[in-house]
Design a binder for this molecule. Structure first.
Ligand code: C5P
Length: 216
């Protein structure tokens, strides 16, 4: 039962709103990151709130515990429902994000392994498993694992068990939606939707595939 999560990596706040609104009926959540927030400001969170979808802050937070806690508090007081942090910073830094998330009734996801080719320089096998283990020990709600490497999702599933796995890298980065859906609780899709000639239509096509998988 996977969610369809739109990565809204657009720079023009008006167009971002238009795309989000037109796709909303097909989506389960929207992920916002540096591109849109740096361009539009944190206020964009309130602008999107009326769509009624959970909003995930992808800041891949990676600082010392005090700074992580300050960032996470800003994220949740701005109205986000979940935050993504890095795990390589260690237990205390991850716990600062998890604690802030849970204090607000929100969720925290830890990047276990990234989806791009260069990620293999440092997120080698073993390291990602250690980060996923840390995520579980820190009571994170889930991890981020690469749709570009389904075999890695399977390996990390054995570590996180029933915790959620959200997976970016579908479409433009090469990941295959149908292969990844049975493995995860959420697929994160950016350019394949917002870069399509008709984003709403593309989101609807993907949502239909997601729904097929849910009912199979
Ligand atoms: O456009 P595309 O579908 O490739 O977007 C993927 C989104 O997921 C981007 O927002 C990217 O920053 C994010 N992401 C990723 N790989 C990770 C973690 C996050 O692609 N491991």
């Amino acid at each position: 039962m996977a969610d369809l999560i739109l990565a809204l990596d657009l720079l023009d706040p008006m167009y971002a709103r238009e795309v989000a609104e037109s796709c909303a009926a097909s989506l389960d959540a929207i992920k916002l990151g540096y591109p849109l927030i740096l361009s539009a400001g944190l206020g964009v969170v309130k602008d999107l709130a009326d769509l009624g979808l959970p909003l995930i802050a992808d800041f891949k937070v990676a600082d010392i515990p005090n700074t992580n806690g300050l960032i996470a508090n800003q994220v949740f007081s701005a109205g986000f429902d979940a935050i993504i942090c890095h795990g390589f910073t260690g237990r205390d830094a991850v716990e600062a994000c998890v604690d802030a998330a849970h204090a607000y009734g929100g969720e925290c996801f830890v990047v276990a392994e990234m989806s791009h080719p260069g990620a293999l320089s440092f997120f080698s096998r073993g390291v990602a498993e250690q980060i996923a283990t840390l995520a579980v020990e820190c009571r994170a709600d889930g991890i981020i694992a690469p749709a570009t490497r389904p075999e890695r999702i399977r390996a990390l599933r054995s570590v996180v068990r029933s915790r959620k796995i959200y997976s970016p890298g579908i479409g433009t980065q090469g990941g295959d939606l149908r292969s990844v859906l049975p493995l995860v609780e959420g697929v994160i899709v950016g350019r394949t939707i917002y870069g399509a000639a008709d984003p709403a239509k593309e989101a609807a096509v993907m949502a239909a595939i997601v729904n097929d998988e849910r009912s199979s």
